[in-house]
Design a protein around this ligand. Structure first.
Ligand SMILES: Cc1cc2nc3c(=O)[nH]c(=O)nc-3n(C[C@H](O)[C@H](O)[C@H](O)COP(=O)(O)OP(=O)(O)OC[C@H]3O[C@@H](n4cnc5c(N)ncnc54)[C@H](O)[C@@H]3O)c2cc1C
Length: 457
C-alpha cells in the first residue's frame, strides 16, 4: 500500500483515441456541472458533460445532501433564481420537495420559525427557503433538463489527466470500461468539486485543511426508513428538554452518537448528514477508505441507539447510504478574484456579480459573487465552478452550498459559451455581456434583480 511504499513503475507511452471534440467540455455532473452544461447549451454552444458515476446531481443526489441551503435572504427575498429556481420548482411540481410556501419566506413569527426550524428551513428566528428534496426525483429532473438543452452526456468516465497546449487547457483524458480516451474541448469547465482538471493543468490552488474546523470534514451520509417522523418531530417540539437530555446522554455514551435526524419529503424516512470526521484529506484514497468504514460503523451504532431511545425510530431500518462520499472541501482555485470575509464585512457588493449568496447571518448583507472566482489567474481555456471556487475558508462554508454551486455553474456555462461564440478568451469578455445573458436566462445576477417582498405580486 502507498504509505511507506516509495516504489514506482514506469507506465508505457500509448496512443489513445479522441472520443469526441466539443465546443465546451464540462467535467463533473454535480450541481455546478449540470448548470454549467445546461446554461452553455441554452446560450447556443455544443456541450459535452462527462461524469464518473451513473447519475447527475453529484453530492446533491449521490451524496444524499438533499437539504438545499438557503435560497432567500433574511427578509425572505429570493436571491437564487435561474436554473436553481427551475430545479426546485420542478421538484416541487413532482411533490419531491419539502419547504415553506412562498408567503412564509422571511417570516419572523415564532411558531412558524420553530416549526420550520425542525424542518431545515428556520434559522435565527426566520423562515427561509432552504428545502429538502428527493434525490431520485432530482436525478430524473436533471436527466430531463440536460436532454432538453441538448447536452451530450457521458457517464462512467473518470477524468484522469488534463490536456494542455501552451498556456491553454484543450480537454481531458478519461478512464473507462472502454479504456482511456480523450475529449477535446474548445473550453473546459472544471466542476469536479476537487479541481482535478485545473490542478492537473498546473493552475494554482489552495488545499488547506485542518483537523478541528468543520471546513474540511468528510463523511458518508445515510438515511433510515420505516421511521415515524411526525412522532419524532412532535416529540422534539413538545418536549425540547427531554430531546436535549437524550442527546446529552448519547454524547456521554459515545461522542459519535449525537447525530441529528433531518426531515425528507417522505415522512417515513430520516436523513443523517453526519458524523463529520476531521483530519482526513479528500485527496487521499487511504483517508477516503477509512472514512467510508468509519461512517458505516457509526451508522450501525446510531441505528441501534435511535431504535432504543428515540420516539418514532423504534422500527427504523437502514434505507440507504450515500454512493458518493461527502467531501466539503479539497482544492480551491486561485482565481482572478478571491472572495474573502472582508468583502462580506464591507457590504458584500461586486460590480462583477454573476449571482448571489444570502448573508452568512442576519448581520451580513447578501454577497454578490464576482465572476473572477471562476477564472484562473493565469491559465486559459478553463473555468472552474462549484465548491472548488476561489475564496477563503470562512466564505467557503457558504459559497460551497448547493444553491451557490447552481449559480456559479450557470455563470461559468454562459461565460464559456460567449467566449466560444465570439472567438475570445473568457477573460476578454466584459462581465456585462455575461450578466446580460444570465438575465436573459432568468438568473438573479445582482441585488438590483431581487424583488422586495412588499412589491411581489
Ligand atoms: C455531508 C455534507 C453535508 C452538506 N450539507 C449541505 C447542506 O445542508 N446544504 C447545501 O446546500 N450544501 C451542503 N453541502 C455542500 C454541497 O453538497 C456541496 O458543496 C455541493 O454539492 C458541491 O457541488 P459541486 O457541483 O461543486 O460538486 P459535487 O457535488 O461534489 O459534484 C462533483 C461531480 O463531479 C464528479 N467528478 C468528480 N471528479 C471527477 C472526475 N475526475 N471525473 C469525472 N467526474 C468527476 C463527481 O462524481 C460529482 O458528480 C454538504 C456537503 C457535505 C459533504
Amino acid at each position: 500500500m502507498r504509505p511507506g511504499n516509495h516504489e514506482t513503475i514506469r507506465e508505457p507511452e500509448r496512443t489513445i483515441p479522441v472520443y469526441r471534440t466539443s465546443e465546451i467540455l464540462v467535467v463533473g455532473g454535480g450541481p455546478a456541472g449540470v448548470c454549467a452544461a445546461i446554461s452553455a447549451a441554452r446560450a447556443g454552444a455544443e456541450v459535452t458533460l462527462v461524469e464518473r458515476y451513473g447519475c447527475l446531481g453529484g453530492l446533491s443526489t449521490g451524496g444524499l445532501v438533499i437539504w438545499i441551503d438557503r435560497m432567500t435572504d433574511w427578509e425572505g427575498q429570493l436571491v437564487v433564481g435561474g436554473l436553481g429556481k427551475e430545479i426546485t420548482d420542478a421538484c416541487d411540481a413532482e411533490n419531491a420537495l419539502i419547504g415553506p410556501p412562498r408567503e412564509q419566506w422571511g417570516s419572523k413569527d415564532k411558531k412558524l420559525a420553530a416549526y420550520w426550524g425542525m424542518r431545515t428551513a428556520g434559522h435565527r428566528g426566520t423562515v427561509n427557503f432552504s428545502p429538502t428534496a428527493d434525490p431520485e426525483i432530482l436525478k430524473l429532473i436533471l436527466n430531463d433538463m440536460v436532454r432538453e438543452a441538448g447536452v451530450q452526456v457521458l457517464f462512467h468516465s473518470w477524468a484522469v489527466a488534463s490536456l494542455v497546449e501552451g498556456n491553454s487547457v484543450t480537454g481531458a483524458i478519461f478512464e473507462s470500461k472502454e479504456g482511456r480516451f480523450a475529449v477535446r474541448g474548445g473550453l473546459s469547465i472544471d466542476c469536479s468539486g476537487d479541481g482535478d482538471i485545473f490542478a492537473g493543468a498546473g493552475a494554482e490552488f489552495e488545499n488547506d485543511f485542518d483537523s478541528v474546523s468543520a471546513h474540511a470534514r468528510l463523511n458518508t451520509s445515510f438515511r433510515f426508513g420505516n421511521v415515524d417522523m411526525r412522532r419524532f418531530l412532535d416529540f422534539r417540539m413538545i418536549y425540547p428538554e427531554k430531546y436535549s437530555q437524550l442527546m446529552r446522554e448519547a454524547s456521554s455514551e459515545d461522542e459519535w452518537l449525537t447525530n441529528t435526524a433531518f426531515v425528507t419529503p417522505n415522512d417515513t424516512i430520516a436523513l443523517f448528514l453526519t458524523p463529520k470526521f476531521s483530519g482526513y484529506s479528500a485527496l487521499k484514497v487511504s483517508d477516503l477508505t477509512e472514512v467510508e468504514f468509519r461512517s458505516r460503523d457509526t451508522m450501525r451504532k446510531v441505528l441501534a441507539w435511535y431504535r432504543a431511545n428515540m420516539p418514532g425510530f423504534e422500527r427504523a431500518w437502514i434505507h440507504d447510504t450515500a454512493s458518493q462520499i461527502g467531501t466539503r472541501h479539497s482544492r480551491r482555485l486561485r482565481g482572478t478574484r478571491r472572495v474573502d470575509i472582508a468583502q462580506w464585512r464591507e457590504d458584500g457588493s461586486s460590480a462583477e456579480s454573476i449571482g448571489m449568496c444570502p448573508g452568512l447571518s442576519p448581520e451580513f448583507s447578501t454577497l454578490e459573487i464576482p465572476f473572477g472566482v471562476l477564472l484562473p489567474e493565469k491559465l486559459d481555456g478553463i473555468l472552474a465552478a462549484g465548491r472548488n471556487l476561489s475564496c477563503d475558508t470562512t466564505s467557503h462554508a457558504a459559497l460551497r452550498e448547493i444553491p451557490e454551486c447552481w449559480v456559479m455553474g450557470q455563470a461559468a456555462g454562459v461565460g464559456a459559451a460567449l467566449a466560444i461564440r465570439s472567438g475570445r478568451q473568457v477573460r476578454e469578455i466584459p462581465v456585462a455581456e455575461i450578466q446580460a445573458e444570465l438575465r436573459r436566462q432568468g438568473a438573479l445576477v445582482s441585488r438590483a434583480d431581487c424583488i422586495p417582498r412588499d412589491r411581489e405580486n
